[in-house]
Design a protein around this ligand. Structure first.
Ligand SMILES: [Zn+2]
Length: 258
């Protein structure tokens, strides 16, 4: 079987930056765009949910959504910067305590992770209540084959960094973790990648719930599932899948860049 090369189709790849300020602005723009997309997909649930982007200059700081602002109205200028003590050091809004407790520990445990996404999306939290990993029943679900884990320890809203540490431990080196009785959490080497994995995982949960309601889905065998993960589950693939969604969102809601 042919080995899949890193970029066989000469696809576009993530940009390089000459200054940290440029890189920060790019990350913040994609972060605001990711929130607009989460709103478009219906992933909001009141004030729950957070996506974080590590600051390129201060790697123990992250940008996150302002607590209590609807995902569908977040602009670049609304994003807040939080330090490693959970203090807002830039921006005029408060931070969600759960965002700090979980994301600060995930960013600390995974230096490769630039962004992490978590929301109380309907199919993700429904699937999470089953306490099971997703099966490779579609091509798209193979992105998560042997690349997601389960945190099977719900004890209320996550306000303690010690619980964030246990979530980070459950995540390990994978791209996603199912928080049982709670929802999904995905990570990536870019905002685009973390956001795309969340969208794809939520839809994979919906897909498996529907398939198991209708019958017994056929599972893709292990070697093919592993090969497909290489094809659709790479960092570059995750980044690339986000691009058309981002382009459409910026065209339709250019105020997100304000
Ligand atoms: Zn949550």
């Amino acid at each position: 079987m042919a080995v899949v090369t890193q970029n066989p189709l000469n696809l576009p790849s993530p940009p390089k930056f000459s200054t940290l300020a440029e890189e920060r602005q790019y990350r913040k723009q994609r972060l605001a765009g990711a929130f607009r997309l989460f709103s478009r997909f219906g992933f909001d649930e009141g004030v729950a949910g957070h996506i974080t982007a590590r600051d390129p200059e201060h790697p123990d700081h992250f940008w996150v959504n302002p607590f209590g602002v609807h995902f569908g109205q977040i602009r670049v200028s609304d994003l807040i910067l939080v330090n490693d003590h959970g203090q807002v050091v830039e921006g005029k809004y408060p931070v969600n305590g759960a965002a700090f407790a979980i994301h600060s520990r995930v960013h600390a445990a995974r230096p490769d992770v630039v962004a992490a996404a978590h929301a109380h999306s309907l199919y993700g939290k429904t699937w999470s209540s089953l306490g099971r990993l997703l099966d490779p029943i579609t091509q798209d679900a193979c992105a998560f084959y042997e690349d997601h884990s389960l945190f099977a320890d719900f004890t209320g809203v996550v306000y303690e960094t010690s619980e964030g540490e246990r979530i980070a431990k459950a995540l390990g080196e994978k791209k996603a973790v199912i928080l049982r009785n709670h929802g999904l959490l995905t990570v990536g080497q870019s905002v685009e990648e973390a956001a795309w994995w969340f969208i794809a995982m939520e839809r994979s949960c919906q897909c498996q719930l529907m398939a198991e309601s209708a019958g017994t889905p056929v599972t893709i065998d292990a070697p093919d599932a592993a090969l497909t993960r290489q094809q659709v589950g790479s960092h570059l693939a995750g980044w690339f899948q986000f691009q058309p969604l981002w382009a459409r969102m910026v065209r339709e809601q250019p105020d997100l860049l304000d």
